[in-house]
Design a protein around this ligand. Sequence first.
Ligand code: SDX
Length: 430
Amino acid sequence: MADTRTATLTFDGKTIELPILSPTVGPDVIDIRKLYAQGDVFTYDPGFTSTAACESAITYIDGDKGELLYRGYPIEQLAEHSHYLEVCYLLLNGELPTADELADFENRVTRHTMLHEQVHNFFRGFRRDSHPMATMVGVVGAMSAFYHDSLDITDPWQREVASMRLIAKLPTIAAMAYKYSVGQPFVYPRNDLDYASNFLHMCFSVPAEQYKVEPALAKAMDLIFTLHADHEQNASTSTVRLAGSSGANPFACIAAGIACLWGPAHGGANQACLEMLREIGSVDRIPEFVARAKDKNDPFRLMGFGHRVYKNFDPRAKVMKESADEVLELLGVHNNPLLQVAKELEKIALEDPYFVEKKLYPNVDFYSGIILEAMGFPTSMFTPIFALSRTVGWISQWKEMIGDPTGRIGRPRQLYAGATAREYTDVTKR
Ligand code: SDX
């Protein structure tokens, strides 16, 4: 929202007045859209640490307070009182649904969970030992080769259909990626199961016997989906927005988001964190790894720690930690050595001056892997589960961007450090 305040920039004999825009909550922004035209200069912010790339009304994070709001509702309240599909409706529409709206939304999602049968063949082109994230990037991108009736982003109805298809089918695709990797037959979704129970069913049931979903595990699964649903302008969401700004179809944009999420600095951290806990192995080896994390000459980092925005506890990690205790207790693995290592590592790290000074706290990925492993998922499925959870956030942000009439293609500039113009020389003269 523009107000009358301006920031004055004075350099090289020029004075430029830049408008200051105020948010509903959080830092003001200096509107630099006219800076290049008026001052013939760019701003420089490679990691976007000080850059607001868009205006959004979806998710708010206060990194100092450790606050996360989905459309204004604190994540702690949604984790306690809501469930994933209701949170999906909230993120997509901006308000909590009435009972009828929620029933209609859940019914529509339920009836979009099956995939075009031809897609099954697409999986068979992958090696069985492919990482499920590779399969998901490929299959989600390929959805634009199957669902031709929901590719036109200028048609609100087609945007709506594509959104529902993605939210509904991502669990089916993730489960199929898992089944394919373990050589088991694909399991079709069931319309009599809720979203989280259906995912567990598609992952863990086999034709040879009945599979009964444990309600407490379905609840923990649903909570993991909710905690990962959206998170402001993180790297993968920014990727989806940038892809969408070119007019690419929604399936291609979400495939781009999945690809970005895969990195160990982002959504791949949950897999990397559990592999790190396993490498540490026992509490007595923690000091060795903490020392490595502090060593500037050692590229090792404590996975699951630190965050670009949170300089306090990640509120999602707090909720996840409580859920980890409950799930492991339920599964009778509360003395899981990895959980003991994780809790001791957290305690040691939070007392260590290096981590205190750099404000490095456990993030959402620190405990999620422990829960997922206890539930029976291999580490390679941790990031696919993050991706299916975040699909609604990516879509909500994509729809918000597409719906902005002032939207333009995203096209950053650069600080050029290469050669100036020079003459070509023939190879015989080099
Ligand atoms: C997610 O953006 C989002 O919202 C992401 C996410 C979402 O929901 O979308 O929240 C999901 O990606 C969570 C983060 C998961 N990643 C990890 O757990 C990987 C380990 N963490 C780091 O790689 C790192 O903390 C980042 C990538 C998360 C944040 O990196 P920044 O903000 O660029 O911070 P930095 O790399 O500049 O680090 C600042 C300092 C550095 O020391 P100095 O150079 O200042 O001396 O802190 C140090 C870093 O060396 N540091 C760590 C550390 N993380 C940062 N040192 C040891 N272990 C770590 N984990």
